[in-house]
Design a protein around this ligand. Sequence first.
Ligand SMILES: [Zn+2]
Length: 282
Amino acid sequence: MPSVPAVLSVDLEYFQHTPAYRSAAGTTDRPTVGREAVDDILDALDSADADATFFTVSEILDSTPDAVDAVADAGHEIGSHTHSHHHLSELSADRRREELATSRERLEAATGQSVDGFRAPSFDIADDHFGTLAATGYAYDSSIVPCRSIPGWYGGEYDLKRPAAATAVDPDAPPTLAELPVAVMPGLGLPLTGTWIRFFGVSYTILGMRLLARRGIPPVLYIHPWELADLPAVEGVPKRVYVRSGAYMRRALRAILEQDFEFVTARTVVADRTLYDGGPPP
Ligand SMILES: [Zn+2]
């Protein structure tokens, strides 16, 4: 087994929360697309005896509270993925703070767990991100993708590859906050999961996990329940969203979890200072 653990993080949102769906011309009348996939993910984690972190859009507590209950009851970590899954940089400072505070409060009330971690929708953060996170009670962030610039999309801004004090990303960040960046393929500079596992295939992801582990970097993967769902055809949703979603991703998740890694929660990696990238720990 590699000397570093791996993190499987789930951005717990439905197809209807994605910017691709929200900006499409068409709609679906199927409710909460991705709900069944939450059970598929929980089954796969249980079969592999793996722990995971679910960064959860808290408004799903209104539509499908059973999904959050099932995740928490299985012993996985609950983090926040905002309340309504809007891009933070497009909101006012007050709305940003409300999204972060409301989601944390509601998820804690619903699960009885302390919600310490946060991931921004589409990895989109505002200049006041770390200050707002600390002010609303979070301990760590996982919204940094140290990938190459993908024109018209994201990337090119950050170089952080390992867990670190958030001050490694923003010198003005409160010193108590930690940052857990997501995994990027060494050399190529593209994320190991998200769209890229579906474009390049699961063997690409597994190779990247091994290359990172050899460098002593715990791979932090992310998936979405809707990627494992059989998606409805909706006019205007980009083709990339449909590539290998559904059955392929359900098999891919199981293949990843069969690898010779110990899968632990994001909170566990953040607490392990031996994995940090130099500098004073938070
Ligand atoms: Zn999301």
